[in-house]
Design a binder for this molecule. Structure first.
Ligand code: AMP
Length: 279
């Protein structure tokens, strides 16, 4: 079995990419925060259909966590992650330190509106500034031919597409489908926080999302029903349960051709999100 030694420095990453290109290889990037599960591995597999060299980045990005969020307790399993990746098509791992990514005196931000407005931003106003910054940096550091992001974080995928388009970053962005547990719960590194009782309730999220996505009711009625169903199922709070235009994330209107149902709900301190195509 191969073994993967993480690249820690941006210069080392650039060197790796340069050598792949010199060998005529197409380069793909899979950004992650580690604690890898089958959702991440599906992205590695999917990008390997489009790239010869597959770089997986592992970086728990401090700028996308607010002070009260779980940066310190976010699961970090680098040794296991490297072992898992050694069994996949990944050819390199980029795992920089926070100091490498954000050296002292760091003073630049990436502000994005459009699809970043509302939904996640209503609850986590700092979030897309942090994601936009780190993804912009990773794309510019590696300058891969292609990078992949999961539809699990649907709004994030749209935000990244918009940044790449608006800033003319010459990287193709592709989306990967959501990988789920047997009961439909979308895989997430944060699922490890769930107690046995919470795990049972968490399984209901996907059923309620499906009912919302397939509802024949007008959106506001379907959304209210989903909201009530989540609270009845045992969720402690509902951040949103809504039907949006799948391309803009605005409320659907006569221009809308595709709709997306999206939910974010909380079980105590744990926040779960999911989404799917809607009728
Ligand atoms: P994270 O490590 O949570 O930042 O996720 C890294 C990438 O994996 C992001 O593009 C996520 O959207 C994607 N991802 C996370 N969970 C899943 C899943 N269950 N299915 C597909 N992609 C996922």
């Amino acid at each position: 079995m191969k073994s993967l030694t993480p690249i820690r420095q941006i210069d080392g990453l650039r060197d790796y990419v340069r050598r792949q290109r010199a060998d005529g290889q197409r380069v793909g990037l899979v950004p992650t925060m580690g604690a890898l599960h089958d959702g991440h591995l599906s992205l590695v597999e999917a990008i390997s259909q489009q790239a010869d060299a597959v770089i997986v980045s592992i970086f728990v990005n401090p700028t996308q966590f607010a002070a009260h969020e779980d940066l310190d307790t976010y699961p970090r399993h680098e040794t296991e992650d490297l072992q898992i990746l050694a069994t996949t098509c990944a050819t390199a791992v980029f795992a920089p330190s926070a100091g490498e990514m954000y050296p002292s005196g760091f003073a630049t931000s990436v502000a994005v509106e459009g699809p970043a407005k509302g939904l996640e931003t209503d609850m986590r106003p700092h979030f897309f500034a942090g994601v936009g910054l780190v993804v912009t940096k990773l794309l510019l550091q590696a300058l891969p031919d292609v990078a992949i992001f999961g539809e699990k974080d649907y709004q994030q995928l749209l935000v990244i597409r918009r940044i790449v388009r608006d800033l003319d970053i010459p990287v193709e962005i592709i989306g990967g489908p959501i990988i789920r547990e047997a009961d439909g719960l979308a895989m997430s590194s944060r699922n490890a926080y769930l107690s046995a009782d919470q795990r049972v309730i968490a399984g209901r999220l996907n059923q309620i999302l499906r009912a919302l996505a397939e509802a024949a009711d007008p959106p506001d009625i379907a959304e209210a029903k989903a909201h009530d169903a989540l609270l009845e199922a045992g969720f402690s709070a509902v951040d949103y349960a809504c039907i949006r235009d799948a391309e803009t994330l605005a409320a659907p209107d006569v221009q809308t051709t595709r709709r997306r149902a999206l939910i974010a709900a909380r079980l105590g301190d744990i926040r779960l999100i999911d989404n799917m195509d809607a009728r």
